[in-house]
Ligand binder design. Structure first.
Ligand code: UDP
Length: 326
């Protein structure tokens, strides 16, 4: 079976992807420097003979790593901090330069590797390339509304640069590239302290502490369960005739953050009150993927309902958080 390199393979989505690839009999080379991820996510994979782990920072040339990478057929680039919350030690606000570098030099290094090994390359981009969108739902053809130097710019512009670099390698060198724009994703293996709304609300609810809604809670997000998302990534990577494509992957079930807080309260049977805190700057007011393209080209759409996905996520968080049993 072919060998797949997963950069960012010990992260939340990356580790799920590695497990799924191994289950489908691929050999996996996981590359990570644990900047915002944890070793725990891949601990159970280390004994698998088809799994190789390389601790490496992708902003440095991969050929300088101790492990010789010559025979790979697929490269996933998921290596980047991704949480916007400045209260979290794992956010891209805490690592602004590293985030820009992972998506610029890091993307170039992985594209050079793909060029050299003739591997197919998939770049994990983001709904953040749409910024605070002026159209909803967001279609791939929309160019976005991004603050080029605001607090979120290190991620948004980093990802936009990464997309441009990916397309440049496709156009100039004919590398078989794909760009997946990932919308809000949740599930087990999320970092408890990553500061995102799913982890914050579940942790707060389990501890019976107030749920901190930023702003008035009228902003919307659309949450995709990690197994659905990974299924979409695999269909995109292994589908034929998709080189150069840009496709949204996410769940179009849109909710206000206030309604989401209430749903978490109910599912955890929490008596937490809801409190309101200031809205962070440049927080997008709407986010909802148009997945027409994914449905047509990948024959993919999410299957897991929010309730089902949240129940599994809450069960995971219960193993991580010391909580109040109700
Ligand atoms: N949010 C919130 N409380 C929190 C964390 C986030 O109300 O404890 C809001 C945040 O302001 C945003 C939405 O929830 O409007 C989603 O935030 P998240 O950090 O998960 O990611 P984003 O979608 O903004 O990248």
């Amino acid at each position: 079976m072919p060998t797949v390199l997963v950069a960012g393979g010990s992260g939340f989505i990356g580790s799920f992807l590695c497990k799924e690839l191994l289950a489908r009999e691929y050999s996996v080379i996981c590359v990570d420097n644990f900047l915002t991820s944890s070793k725990e996510n891949i601990a159970e994979l280390l004994t698998n003979p088809r799994f190789v782990f390389i601790e490496h920072d992708i902003t440095k040339e991969i050929s300088n790593s101790e492990y010789p990478i010559t025979d790979i057929q697929y490269v996933f680039h998921l290596a980047s901090p991704a949480s916007p919350n400045d209260k979290s030690p794992r956010s891209y606000i805490a690592y602004p330069i590293e985030t820009l570098q992972a998506n610029s030099q890091g993307t170039k290094n992985l594209l050079d590797l793909s060029l050299k090994t003739k591997a197919r390359f998939l770049y994990a981009s983001t709904s953040e390339v749409y910024g605070d969108p002026q159209m909803s739902p967001q279609q791939e053809s929309y160019w976005g509304n991004v603050n080029p130097n605001g607090v979120r710019s290190v991620y948004d512009e980093g990802k936009r640069f990464g997309e441009a670099m990916t397309q440049a390698y496709h156009r100039k060198f004919g590398v078989d590239t794909r760009i997946a724009r990932i919308f809000n994703t949740y599930g087990p293996a999320m970092q408890v302290d990553d500061g995102r709304v799913v982890s914050n609300f579940i942790t707060e609810a389990l501890k019976n502490e107030p749920l901190s809604v930023y702003g008035d809670g009228s902003q919307t997000r659309s949450f995709c369960y990690v197994s659905d998302l990974v299924e979409g990534l695999l269909s995109f990577m292994f589908g034929e005739g998709l080189q150069g494509e840009v496709i949204n992957l996410g769940n179009p079930n849109e909710k206000t953050i206030l309604a989401f807080a209430q749903e978490i309260k109910e599912l955890t049977h929490s008596s937490s009150e809801i409190i309101y805190q200031p809205l962070p700057s440049d927080d997008p007011k709407k986010r909802n993927p148009d997945i027409t393209k994914a449905k047509q080209l990948l024959k993919w759409e999410p299957k897991v309902t929010l309730e089902e996905g949240l129940r599994k996520t809450i069960a995971y968080f219960k193993t991580k958080v010391s909580y109040v049993s109700l």
